[in-house]
Design a protein around this ligand. Structure first.
Ligand code: DUT
Length: 160
């Protein structure tokens, strides 16, 4: 069973009333990264390729604090700290307005026991403007059995 947005909101910080949806909680865009170097996925381990944060545009005719993203593939860091409670698994979907603007956010599995400010793959199939702090995604929780809790390399990532 998927949990209500009100339940998910207990594990997302900060979460304003505007972010709480019937079936999940909206996540906002904090930083957009562009990958520069190849990563490595090995049988035993992995490396994330070097990346750089995209500049926010500050040109006179453009809105401040806004990403102007040309078609391409980026990594988006979400603005909220997320905990995945015992007995649950998390998934992140794009906000429908992002998808309707020809962009997509992909999710991997958010494991029970994970805590941090995670990331998602942002596919931009048509140029788009996204203001920093705007809602771009929605986190949902499904009830799930598990034996262990998350104890991997991303535990506690990007927490202040
Ligand atoms: O779209 C997603 C999905 C998951 N996560 C977070 C939560 C998850 O619990 C953690 C680790 O994901 P995963 O287990 O897939 O990472 P891995 O590549 O197997 O690395 P490790 O073995 O170090 O965990 O990353 C994200 O930030 N974004």
């Amino acid at each position: 069973m998927f949990r209500s947005g009100a339940f998910v909101a207990e594990f997302v910080s900060p979460a304003t009333d505007e972010q709480v949806q019937p079936n999940g909680v909206d996540l906002t865009l904090d930083v957009v990264f562009e990958q520069l170097e190849p990563g490595r996925i090995r049988r035993d381990g992995k490396e994330i390729g070097d990346r750089v944060a995209r500049p926010l545009e500050e040109l006179e005719e453009k809105f401040p604090d806004t990403y102007y993203l040309p078609k391409g593939v980026y990594v988006a860091r979400y603005g909220e700290q997320i905990q995945i409670p015992d007995g649950h698994v998390g998934f992140v979907y794009p906000r429908s307005s992002l998808m309707r603007n020809s962009c997509m956010l992909n999710t991997a599995v958010w494991d029970a026991g994970y805590e941090g400010r995670g990331e998602g793959l942002l596919q931009v199939h048509h140029d788009i403007e996204i203001e920093r702090g705007a809602r771009i995604a929605q986190l949902v929780f499904a009830e799930a059995n598990h034996e262990d809790v998350y104890d991997g390399s991303y535990q506690g990532e990007n927490l202040e």
